[in-house]
Ligand binder design. Structure first.
Ligand code: PFF
Length: 439
């Protein structure tokens, strides 16, 4: 009854869906990217704008993507082609598949660093380093291309292995174990961070907004970060939506996933900033925040070996469950549109992504470029087109029917409809054009 392709794999139930979708959303974006972007963009005020975007734009875009996927029962490309036959909306799918390649390109490199830091933590190689030596270690990790490539490829292989095993027996099975573990580890780190002497200054930086720090670049960064962190604007959620059974709640799923994602980002901030301030380290040191500041902190605190190891294991887990979803977007497209078998599709996609990742290992410009173009350009454009599609193009009754397919009335529907027809498209377009300096 669910689909026109009866053999299509699905998530077994609510917990599986949330684990997989939250697993996609919660990743390096929350723990590596969010704290350093917030640190570079002034702290508390960025957090407020970010939260506003998550609630007003993120959740409605996520519901829209879920309903497109579940209605069409197809990959992101096929979904738009099926729902708007003969029209160019399938280009959203093309863009999404392209964005998946770019994102996993640089993402796998950072994930490779996390594996490398798990190894350093295990072998206690960071113990006793001065802050300067810690910077040298991080620079060494980035400049020793051979090793960087090795860890990146190892990460890609692990990701491909899980995806090649399918939805229920692969993605769902692993995320169900990994996500609860992740929450547990981050809570332990929070307790450690806020009980340090001098933790208050960090909490102040994170929660006390200084609005003079806001400008159009910062606001575009916050929008880009919200899209990146929630995994929206590129088809991951459309693809996962297509594996959700009709009796599950789409609104509930979007809300739980967004809440969990935001909570983990804030908890990551609470783990990182109080510790950074307690040990007199700058909050705005960019991508090295996690890799330089934290090992310094671990070095100086009781139980540092244990907490350091836990932290980098946590980061790797988060990276795996997100990369799985990025690869799945492409694999779903390859299997359904190009008629490849899942294993074949997985290894071909992972092979191409590994080449892009290798490019990012060897070129900082490629690394930064892939990140900026995907987060601040492709994802907002994707999100904008998705809300326009659901608000203005789809048959008027379809979104409501799909959202209420679980048999429950969606009391929030008129608010949702207003946001996706007017508020979200206007807000995304304004922030986007303003951030690029076009208006
Ligand atoms: N949301 C992931 C994170 O925060 O790390 C990254 C990501 C996954 C972005 C999937 C986009 C995506 F489609």
């Amino acid at each position: 009854m669910q689909s026109n392709t009866p053999s299509r794999d699905t998530f077994s139930g609510k917990f599986g869906i949330i684990a997989a979708a939250a697993g996609s959303a919660i990743g390096l974006g929350n723990i590596w990217r969010f704290p350093y972007i917030l640190g570079e963009n002034g702290g508390g005020a960025f957090l407020l704008v970010y939260l506003l975007f998550v609630i007003m734009i993120g959740v409605p875009v996520m519901i829209s993507e879920l309903l497109i996927g579940r209605k069409a029962q197809l990959n992101v490309f096929g979904a738009f082609r099926k729902l708007a036959p003969g029209k160019p909306w399938f280009l959203i799918g093309v863009m999404g598949v392209g964005a998946a390649f770019l994102i996993l390109g640089f993402y796998a490199v950072v994930a490779g660093w996390t594996l490398q830091y798990v190894y350093y933590s295990l072998t206690n190689a960071l113990a006793g380093n001065t802050p300067d030596q810690m910077i040298q270690v991080f620079e060494g990790v980035q400049s020793t291309k051979g090793w960087s490539l090795f860890w990146t490829l190892l990460f890609m292989t692990g990701t491909a292995y899980i995806v090649s095993s399918g939805i229920e027996k692969g993605i769902e099975k692993y995320t169900k174990i990994l996500m609860p573990l992740l929450v547990l580890i981050i809570l332990v780190l929070n307790v450690r961070a806020i009980t340090l002497d001098g933790a208050m200054a960090g909490l102040d930086f994170l929660f006390n907004p200084d609005f003079s720090k806001l400008n159009s670049d910062v606001i575009l960064e916050a929008l880009g970060q919200a899209f990146f962190s929630l995994s929206i604007g590129m088809g991951v959620i459309v693809t996962y939506g297509s594996y959700i059974k009709k009796n599950e709640s789409l609104g509930g799923t979007a809300l739980s996933v967004s809440l969990a994602d935001t909570l983990i980002a804030v908890l990551a901030g609470v783990a990182i900033f109080p510790a950074a301030f307690a040990f007199g380290m700058a909050p705005n040191q960019g991508p090295g925040l996690v890799f330089v500041t934290l090992p310094n902190i671990f070095n100086q605190m009781a139980g540092g070996y244990f907490f350091g190891l836990l932290f980098f294991v946590l980061l790797s887990i988060a990276a795996f469950t997100s990369s799985i979803s990025l690869l799945e977007v492409v694999v779903a497209y390859f299997t359904e549109e190009l008629k490849l078998r899942r294993k074949q599709a997985t290894w071909i996609a992972a092979g191409i992504m590994s080449l892009l990742a290798a490019l990012c290992v060897f070129s900082d410009a490629a690394f930064g470029g892939f990140d900026y173009v995907s987060s601040n350009i492709l994802l907002p454009i994707g999100g904008l087109l998705v809300v326009i599609f659901v608000g203005w193009i789809m048959d008027k009754n379809l979104p409501r029917l799909e959202i209420e397919a679980d048999g429950k009335k969606a009391r929030y529907y008129s608010g949702f409809r207003f946001i996706i027809k007017f508020l979200a498209p206007i807000a995304i377009a304004l922030v986007f054009l303003n951030g690029l300096g076009w208006i």
